[in-house]
Design a protein around this ligand. Structure first.
Ligand SMILES: N[C@@H](CCC(=O)N[C@@H](CS)C(=O)NCC(=O)O)C(=O)O
Length: 230
C-alpha cells in the first residue's frame, strides 16, 4: 500500500486526485505543517525538503508533487502520454513544468504576501500578484481553445492545474475573479464534478489539522523570519 504524506494544501491535493483517479490503495498520513510535523525524522528521510506531498510506494520514496504525478502516471501507464519524442509528450512536459515552476510558486508567493506578510509589502505583493495573474492568464488563454490542458485527453497536467486553480480567488484576492478567467472556471467545475475530486476533497475531513496561523505556526512555516529578530 502507498504511504501518502499530505495536508489539504494545493500540492498534496493534486496527488490525492491522481491516487483517487487511479483507484490505488493508499494510506493517507496527515502532516500538520502548522505544528512543525514536516520536520519529523520519518518525513525528512522521505523528503529532505521537509514539505508535503511525499509518497512511499513499496519502498520507493518520491517527493515533490509533480514528480509524484509523473511517477505514478508512468508506472500505471494512465493519464500521461508515454512515447518519448512525440508532440504529446513534449506538451505534457512543458505544461507540467510550467505549473510546477511558475503557477505554483508565483501563486504561493502571492498568497504569502497578500495574506501573511507584514508591512511594508507593496513592492513584493505587486510583483507576485502581477506574475500570478500573468501565469493564470496564460492557462486561461490556452483553455479557450483546448478542452483539457493537453487537448482532448484528461491528464496529470489537469490534476496539477486542479490543485492550484481551486485557490485562485484566494491567491489573487478577488472573489469575483472567475469572470476574468472563465476558461479556468470551466475546467475547475468539470474536474470538481469527478468522483475522484470529490473523494480527494473529502480526505481532509478524516484528519484534524491546526487551523490557527499563530506565532508557533508562523515559526514553522516562515522560519526565515527568525533571522529578522534582533
Ligand atoms: N515543490 C513542492 C512544494 C511543496 C510545498 O510547498 N508544500 C507545502 C504545502 S502545499 C508545505 O509542505 N509547506 C510546509 C512548509 O513550507 O513548511 C511540491 O510541488 O510538492
Amino acid at each position: 500500500m502507498i504511504e501518502f504524506y499530505y495536508n489539504a494544501a494545493p500540492n498534496p491535493m493534486k496527488v490525492a486526485l491522481l491516487l483517487e483517479e487511479l483507484g490505488l490503495a493508499y494510506e493517507a498520513i496527515a502532516v500538520d505543517t502548522r505544528k512543525g510535523e514536516q520536520f519529523g525524522a520519518s518525513l525528512l528521510k522521505i523528503n529532505p525538503n521537509a514539505k508535503v506531498p511525499a509518497i512511499v510506494d513499496n519502498g520507493v520514496s518520491v517527493f515533490d508533487s509533480n514528480a509524484i504525478l509523473l511517477y505514478l502516471a508512468e508506472k500505471e501507464q494512465r493519464f500521461v502520454p508515454l512515447t518519448a519524442g512525440t508532440p504529446e509528450r513534449a506538451a505534457m512536459l512543458s505544461w507540467l513544468m510550467f505549473i510546477a515552476s511558475g503557477v505554483g510558486p508565483f501563486s504561493g508567493q502571492s498568497v504569502h504576501f497578500r495574506h501573511a506578510a507584514p508591512e511594508p509589502k507593496a513592492y513584493a505583493l505587486n510583483r507576485y500578484d502581477f506574475e500570478a495573474h500573468r501565469h493564470w492568464k496564460i492557462l486561461n488563454d490556452h483553455l479557450a481553445t483546448s478542452h483539457y490542458m493537453l487537448g482532448r485527453d484528461y491528464s496529470i497536467v489537469d490534476m496539477a492545474f486542479w490543485g492550484w486553480v481551486r485557490m485562485v480567488p484566494y491567491v489573487l484576492g478577488l472573489p469575483e475573479v472567475w469572470s476574468t478567467y472563465p476558461h479556468l472556471k470551466r475546467l475547475l467545475d468539470e474536474i470538481n464534478a469527478r468522483p475522484a475530486a470529490i473523494a480527494a476533497e473529502a480526505l481532509k475531513t478524516r484528519h484534524v489539522f491546526k487551523a490557527e496561523l499563530d506565532d508557533e505556526a508562523k515559526r514553522f512555516l516562515f522560519p526565515q523570519n527568525e533571522r529578522l529578530k534582533g
